[in-house]
Design a protein around this ligand. Structure first.
Ligand code: UDX
Length: 452
């Protein structure tokens, strides 16, 4: 199929390269010339495991451009995958989605049928607004265009984006027309039937079952995205709330999570207690859902509480540090990990940022390490004094405490004894419960985890 994708961020670019890999004829539009320049030289503007391999493999078959007029008229299916940043009120700003829809309507051929797919995460009812925008442009152009608006939310997990794209749990399509549903079914056929040859580095998981394509109305599809993310965010906040109580009553939250996760109605996943969620989705989407609810005059106390619990986790870790060091002023603190989670250089809403700012505000001397997110952090925290080190063991020289913030695989394999030996006071705050308390203690650390 001839597909045009608008936006080459995490979602747009992943979708573009995967669809090209599945032999679709893909064009991608972006306004950002820096990104386009990189893409024209075959380089990925995002860090995502496997994406560079796919670009090396099929990137040359994708047309990357800033010109809608070149790639809209011929397309059969057009996907909007632009950002929906939060407004001050927390609601998602759909301006870029509407702008993209206007451009599409501007260059549609009046004699052709198009399926316009909204992939961006948008407030419920945006599909209707996009239809209005498209029709306004058509009436200005004095044409009767033929566009079916469809909602097809993505469930991309950063760091696992390609795995999720090739082997999704489900595909959700919200549409009012059979034509549009049929177009999406054709688009995703190789995934729905798993007829493609997997990339050598991403084999099909042996237990993987063919994914269902669920069809529904567009408003429900838009709500599914918010409800899914909010539910996962709730699950994590729930275990973090239990972790807080575990500390009071001397129980171990990792054992509690294991015990409740064995109940198949609950399940093991997303029950890791720690510093809670960051990233581009849960903080933004829970705020946006509350924004939608406020507009509707509806209260959502559970969602609001999940946010409160989540952001408290960042304060509680600083409190733990303050309690053990008596004062933070002048203390040397090493931070292990900056990205909001492993396998990404994304630091949007990362717990590390709040923690570092708080420590610096209290007069601590902060040194940080991350395998790939240091350049992004450097750009964002240029207004405060922190040290960046390339060698993780440098973090511990003369340090008063170490705080693990992101559970990078390489930190699991650290020589704890070597770290502890170099420190002024060997205190380890494990914000993700990565280490075994016994091992950390026998390596010489005063170990403090979360909820254990
Ligand atoms: C999420 C959703 O998973 C995805 O489906 C959606 O499309 C976008 O939002 P992402 O933000 O990339 O994806 O990351 P995810 O793996 O869900 O983790 C989010 C945050 O939760 C991370 O900060 C992670 O550290 C934290 N987390 C996750 C926990 O604290 N505990 C857990 O058990 C799981």
């Amino acid at each position: 199929m001839k597909v045009t994708i608008i936006g080459t961020g995490y979602v747009g670019l992943t979708t573009a390269v995967v669809l090209a890999y599945l032999n679709h004829d893909v064009a991608a539009v972006d306004k950002d010339n820096n990104k386009l320049n990189l893409l024209h030289t075959g380089e990925s503007p995002i860090h995502e495991p496997g994406i560079q391999d796919l670009i090396d493999n099929v990137g040359h078959t994708i047309r990357f451009t800033s010109r809608f007029d070149e790639v809209v008229p011929d397309a059969e299916l057009i996907m909007i995958a632009v950002g929906t940043p939060p407004k001050k009120s927390g609601e998602a700003d759909t301006r870029h989605v509407e702008d993209a829809a206007k451009e599409v309507a501007q260059f549609c051929d009046p004699d052709k049928h198009y399926t316009l797919v909204i992939k961006s995460t948008v407030p419920i009812g945006t599909n209707r607004r996009v239809a209005e925008v498209v029709n306004e442009v058509f009436s200005q152009r004095k044409i009767q265009g033929d566009v079916s608006i469809t909602s097809n939310p993505e469930f991309l997990q950063e760091g696992l984006a390609l795995q999720g794209a090739f082997y999704p749990d489900r595909i959700v399509v919200g549409a009012n027309s059979d034509n549009a549903i049929e177009a999406l079914r054709r688009l995703y056929k190789p995934i729905l039937e798993q007829t493609f040859d997997p990339p050598s580095w991403l084999p099909r998981p042996p237990s993987y079952h063919l994914p269902p394509m669920m069809t529904t109305d567009p408003n429900s599809a838009e709500m599914i995205k918010y409800a899914a993310n909010t539910f996962l965010a709730l699950k994590i906040s729930f275990i973090n709330e239990i972790a807080g109580l575990c500390e009071e009553v001397e129980a171990d939250v990792t054992e509690v999570a294991r015990g409740i996760g064995l109940d198949s109605r609950i399940g093991h996943r997303f029950l890791r207690a720690g510093l809670g969620w960051g990233g581009s989705c849960y903080p933004k989407d829970t705020a946006a859902l509350l924004g939608v609810a406020a507009q509707a005059g509806y209260e959502m106390p559970i969602t609001a509480a999940a946010r409160t619990v989540n952001f408290q986790q960042r304060k509680r870790i600083v409190e733990k540090l303050r309690a053990v060091l008596k004062t933070l002023h002048g203390k040397r603190i090493g931070i292990l990990g900056l990205a909001f989670k492993p396998n990404t250089d994304d630091i949007r809403e990362a717990p590390s940022l709040d923690i570092i700012r708080q420590l610096v505000a209290e007069g601590a001397k902060v040194t940080v390490h991350d395998p790939i997110a240091m350049p992004n952090t450097h750009k964002l925290l240029h207004d405060i004094q922190i040290n960046f080190v390339e060698d993780v063991y440098q973090l511990s020289y003369n340090a008063d405490a170490l705080v693990l913030v992101t559970e990078w695989e390489l930190y699991h394999r650290l020589e704890l004894r070597k770290l502890a030996k170099q420190m002024k006071t060997p205190i380890l705050i494990d914000g993700r419960n990565v280490f075994s308390p016994q091992e950390a203690r026998s390596a010489g650390f005063h170990y403090i985890g979360i909820g254990r």
